[in-house]
Ligand binder design. Structure first.
Ligand SMILES: [Zn+2]
Length: 452
């Protein structure tokens, strides 16, 4: 199947950073065949999509998600996240089963496609259910099974304001074995759309011996790591008290940074730790929306970027709107720096695409529109009033665009979101099943609250 996108303004986000007004992009066998100003005569398309008036971008790479956490939507807002975390969230997560995770993940995967996201980096329980959902939706995923230092049957508890982590090495080992088994079974599955990782939850929710074991297994199995890194003030304080060092220093000390690590958040860093991130090529998912929502601090994005650390963007739980996330990242950092030119539209959209691909170690395959790469593309129509009149398409899109402008999302050369419709699955079925599993989960949570 040969598909031709014709007449759109193509921003390729390649090293040459080309903008091609009225350009042509050919796709064949799931990959980009060419990106050019003129249509090559020898390319005879089976399908041609008129992209006049549209912007054609690489699909967004969402560097940090928990697709199935959709099931908790509305249950965790406007509360102190840190308290909720140890007293409640793990208990709720213990109520999940693979059926719930599948439908929660599938609803998140469709929402991702609706938002122009073509790749998610997801970490959660029952990762096989998430991988199946990513696969069925037609999305691409860097998926890891979450590993904790305790059993969800006996999660951490708050005792006199202090967290007792209830570390349990046999329970951890069981989870690590399951994570490794998932990683080996799913690597490269779904026409190469699934890449697997190991996902230890956070620096404070596993101990030194556990991290050392994960580092050893990751090296042996050639797997990357995706974890929460310095997300909360209490996480940093715990590691300083437990290990006498910061979160990044601890990971380096235990050998974890000898393998590729994607750290989510990176807010509460100690002095000198940004250099350590750079030295060990740790990549970061900046998630400004949930961080602001939880009234946490703002991650030191300018310092990390100027030190040469790769910083992508993520939405974390509940929503998938990468365009809004990119805009919010730019504006938040501008306010902090007092500099209206910081993180231009192009620079920030690079964070949402090619820099995100680098953060996942997948930049050879995705993140830019170049011949030979996977055809992961988002096409946005600027015809609506919110983006008219058009002088600079990329700036119009960045400052005035929204999800309603997204016309097509293409993954692996397949049009998976086609003018409001999903090609892989029936949206009505997903809605129905989401209601079914969320009702079941909420009643379990109610029982938990009542202590019955
Ligand atoms: Zn997270």
């Amino acid at each position: 199947m040969k598909t031709l996108l014709s007449g759109g303004t193509i921003y390729d986000f390649s090293p040459d950073s080309r903008c091609i007004p009225g350009g042509y992009l050919g796709m064949e066998g799931g990959r980009i065949a060419f990106v050019s100003e003129a249509k090559p005569k020898e390319f005879v398309a089976d399908r041609e999509i008129d992209c006049q008036g549209c912007v054609v971008l690489p699909g967004f790479v969402n560097c940090h998600t928990h697709l199935a956490e959709n099931l908790f939507k509305g249950l965790m807002d406007e509360v102190a996240f840190e308290g909720l975390f140890y007293s409640t969230l793990f208990r709720w997560e213990g109520q999940l089963d693979p059926d719930m995770v599948y439908w929660g993940s599938l609803s998140g995967a469709l929402d991702a496609l609706r938002c122009g996201v073509t790749t998610v980096a997801d970490m959660y329980h029952h990762a096989e259910a998430t991988a199946r959902a990513v696969c069925d939706a037609g999305l691409r995923g860097y998926v890891g099974q979450k590993v904790l230092g305790f059993s969800l049957d006996r999660p951490p508890e708050l005792v006199n304001g202090k967290v007792n982590y209830n570390f349990d090495f046999p329970a951890f080992s069981q989870q690590l074995d399951a994570a490794l088994s998932f990683a080996s079974q799913w690597q490269g599955k779904c026409d190469g759309r699934i890449t697997t990782s190991i996902a230890p939850h956070a620096t404070n929710t596993l101990d030194r011996r556990m991290f050392a074991e994960i580092a050893r297994q990751a090296r042996d199995h050639n797997l990357g790591i995706h974890l929460h890194l310095a997300q909360m003030a209490s996480e940093r304080e715990t590691i300083i008290a437990r290990e006498g060092m910061g979160c990044v220093e601890f990971l380096a000390d235990v050998g974890m940074l000898d393998v590729p690590v994607l750290g989510a958040h990176a807010i509460f860093l100690k002095e000198g730790e940004i250099e350590l991130l750079k030295k060990h090529r740790v990549t970061i998912s900046h998630n400004p929306y949930p961080n602001a929502k939880d009234a946490a601090a703002i991650a030191p994005v300018p310092a990390m970027r100027s030190a040469g650390v790769t910083v992508g963007l993520g939405t974390d739980a509940f929503q998938m709107n990468m365009l809004e996330t990119a805009r919010f990242a730019a504006l938040l950092n501008r306010v902090q720096l007092g500099d209206p030119s910081y993180l231009s539209a192009e620079e920030t959209l690079a964070m949402a695409t090619i820099e995100g691909a680098k953060a996942l170690g997948m930049e050879q395959e995705i993140g830019s529109l170049e011949a030979g790469k996977r055809a992961d593309i988002v096409i946005l129509d600027l015809a609506a009033l919110n983006t008219q009149p058009v002088d600079d398409p990329l700036k119009n899109l960045f400052y005035c665009g929204d999800v309603s402008n997204i016309k097509y999302t293409i993954v692996n050369g397949e049009i998976v979101f086609d003018e409001g419709r999903f090609s892989g699955v029936q949206e009505s079925t997903v809605q129905q099943e989401l209601r079914r599993v969320s009702t079941k989960l909420w009643s379990k949570i109610q029982r938990l609250k009542r202590g019955t």
